[in-house]
Design a protein around this ligand. Sequence first.
Ligand SMILES: [Zn+2]
Length: 351
Amino acid sequence: MVSFDVKSLFTSIPVNLAFTITKDRLQRDQNLAERSYLSVDNILKLSDFVLNHNYFKYDGDHYKQIFGCAMGSPISPVLADLVMEEIEETAISTFPRTLPNDTITSRRGTEIQVDVYRKPTHTDRYLDFFSCHPLCHKRSVVNTLMRRANNIPSTNKGRREEMHRVKAVLRDNNYPLSFLHNCERALTTQPAENNFNGFVVLPYVQSVSEKIGRILNQHKVKVAYKPQQTINSLFPRPKELDDSDRQKSGNVYKISCTQCNFVHYGQTQRSLKTRIVEHKKAVASFDQNSKVAGHVHLFGHRMNFENVEVVGFESNYHERLFLEAWHSTLDPNSGNDHILLPEVYKGIARA
Ligand SMILES: [Zn+2]
């Protein structure tokens, strides 16, 4: 039995091979000029730079990746595809079928049988039917699995078994039977002719975006939906964070007066330490523009610079300004300037 799954695909792709294949493909591409303003030479220079400058941090030390494509780099899947295609074309050209990833073959006598392969660690967990995603995303989960069940297994029995398994797994992920049947039926019918006038991407808000999408569809505008909050946005950095990184990631902070209720909210992209030093300097130099310095000198009070409270982390400047305004609006003792909170939030802030 032979498995054609590639172990650690990205990090096993030799960068030089990937580069050679890319160069070859680009040079053979007749229509490149229509799709890109960049010349082959420029694309290669940029790819070379991206491929050979991958750094990561482990246990406090910085390392340079010297082999393979980087995990998480947007260029890696493209290069992995190109390299795999090339390997398939050259090495498996004697084999009667093209074998995509996720394939397993076994020999029955003189026959070679092909089936869908799942890693031992595969959990059968797919996008849940009840999760807040556009219906078309759920439909494409079903379509992908069903198409694979139809196309990969080389025997009728294999196709039947795979389809049976796919349906059972999707049922476990809460897909209704009727939905599966509809998808299965749609797979065998020809897709409708697509002549759209435009294309828009809408942020997905359940039950609102789909209505807007339907109206746009009537005007022949193709619509794609983008989920607003993804796992990736919740955990954007798989790399190790230390305290200094955290301080750099953008803070919204609160400085309190030691002698009265006065508080000052502020925000900074830089480290909190640097910003607090600036506040102290402003106090020492009687800075007219500083509200903190103003309070200290007007009342002769002392600000508690030793215990500055971080009330929010946010790397986006505008969202930081919003958080600063939000906390300042909620806190009747705040004495700092901030942006005006949009009207819609005021009701919540007062509640
Ligand atoms: Zn005070």
